[in-house]
Design a protein around this ligand. Structure first.
Ligand code: 4AD
Ligand code: MG
Length: 432
């Protein structure tokens, strides 16, 4: 019986006869030989069908195969020094499993809207394959990092009755007799978790009814939110930079093939494993923007062009610290010696990618937090449970949120968040 293997394991079966279940991505044939470009989900490689080595039927079948036909391929693995992958299969038999019609995504260039309309098929492309491998590695390394650091994963609810990040970007849903929202952030629940388990991280989908149509905004994205009891903002920044460097290092170590497929400069990525990352104040960032003739004044929130400019000024990710209160959420702790800014920071990714992390130390005082909630126009009764965390053994604590797709987009060096998630959700896209 011939052994069934995955393409990725070809290196362990050189000169052996094996069987592989896969799909055809492309092919080239002449009278005497056919080159089949094959994929099986684990990798891509080439099958060579030589007329004189196979039956008449198999050679004809190879010539007739359509793009995305599925099949069992039997053959012997050889090294192939000319290919990026390094191995190929010399085909002895092909059994057609599923025929394919006129596959809509051909090797020619397609517009991105067309590709997004066919995302369920576009997933099969080499480029998406590489991005999804890197996404998977970032997810894997995230669990590994936080487990090594003594955090436990805590799953916050997705159906919620409170709005941590402001009320304008909420998806409302009918919840029996009441209103509810899809969660914007698991943070408030993570804070409850930190008071129970010390160090927690959440990792789940969050939803923002963002009207922004930029390449950095999705309406559904995944966020990692660590929350740490007895940790101040400076300690939190150390966790953040260590975590980001860990992600980059693991992608370099485990996804070289994928980074190469995406033409990502690995030497560039290596710079981001050097710690510490630079830190500047919001005040300084405003000065830098003004010096470069941006139309901003102290108190303004940064737009995408501002962030792009700022992150372009540094070789590494940069923390922008202590933003004005008016542009950040109610739960942050004010700076001890300045009443106009919070103890908070955003991490901007280099190469113009902009914000990937937002985080802060949290307000611990019951009265101050209650006053902030009222000032925000939020309904106190929805936050009673959250205020309980300040009623019973309140402690200094800090946390942050990394947008998964922002991190992927930057590490992959791609242009748009929509390629960093299998099925992107944006203002004008809920299909497929
Ligand atoms: O800065 P944000 O809004 O912070 C929070 O939600 C806090 N509760 C986090 C915390 O302290 N626990 O969002 C955090 C990150 C951003 O830095 C960005 O990377 C990402 O989430 N993000 C988005 N990603 C994709 N599409 C959007 N519309 C995003 N909005 C924020
Ligand atoms: Mg933010």
């Amino acid at each position: 019986m011939v052994k069934q293997i995955s393409i990725i394991d070809a290196k362990d079966h050189v000169d052996e006869e094996v069987r592989i279940g896969g799909w055809l991505t492309d092919k080239r044939s002449s009278g005497k030989i056919s080159f089949l470009q094959l994929r099986d989900g684990s990798a891509f490689f080439q099958g060579v069908v030589v007329k004189s080595q196979v039956s008449e039927e198999v050679f004809q079948l190879a010539k007739d195969l359509k793009q995305e036909s599925s099949m069992w391929i039997t053959g012997v693995i050889h090294e192939d020094t000319r290919s990026h992958f390094g191995y190929e299969i010399e085909v002895s038999n092909i059994e057609l499993v599923g025929e394919s019609g006129d596959y809509p995504i051909t090797p020619k260039e397609h517009g991105v809207e067309f590709l997004l309309d066919h995302r369920h098929l576009w997933l099969r492309s080499k480029r998406t394959f590489a991005i999804m491998q890197i996404r998977n590695e970032i997810i894997r390394a995230t669990y590994e990092f936080y487990n090594q650091e003594g955090f436990i994963k805590m799953d916050p609810p997705i159906l919620t009755g409170s709005a941590p990040e402001g009320t304008t970007e909420l998806f409302h849903i009918e919840y029996f007799e009441n209103d509810a929202y899809l969660t914007q952030s698991g943070q408030l629940y993570a804070e409850a978790g930190a008071m129970a388990f010390g160090k927690v991280f959440t990792f789940g989908p969050v939803f923002r009814a963002e009207k922004s149509k930029t390449r950095r905004h999705l309406t559904e994205f995944w966020m990692i939110e660590p929350e740490m009891a007895f940790m101040n903002q400076d300690q939190s920044l150390e966790v953040q930079e260590k975590y980001i460097a860990y992600l980059v290092q693991n992608v370099i170590d485990h996804c070289e093939y994928d980074l190469n497929l995406l033409d990502r400069d690995i030497d560039q990525l290596k710079k981001y494993t050097q710690l510490p990352y630079p830190r500047i104040s919001y005040d300084k960032a405003i000065e830098m923007l003004q010096a470069a003739d941006f139309d901003v004044k102290w108190g303004d929130d940064f737009g995408a062009p501002d962030e792009t400019y700022l992150s372009d000024q540094f070789e590494q990710p940069v923390f922008i610290m202590n933003y004005p209160k008016a542009i950040k959420p109610f739960y942050m702790k004010p700076h001890p010696t300045r009443d106009d800014v919070y103890l908070c920071a955003d991490l901007l990714a280099p190469e113009g990618y902009g914000e990937i992390i937002g985080g802060s130390e949290r307000e611990t005082d019951y009265d101050k937090l209650e006053a902030e909630i009222v000032k925000m126009g939020l309904d106190l009764k929805d936050y009673e449970w959250y205020l309980d965390l300040r009623r019973y053994g309140s402690v200094p604590h800090s946390g942050f949120g990394l947008g998964l797709e922002r991190a992927i987009t930057w590490i992959c060096g791609i242009d748009h968040l929509r390629e960093a998630i299998p099925f992107p959700r944006m203002i004008n896209r809920i299909q497929p």
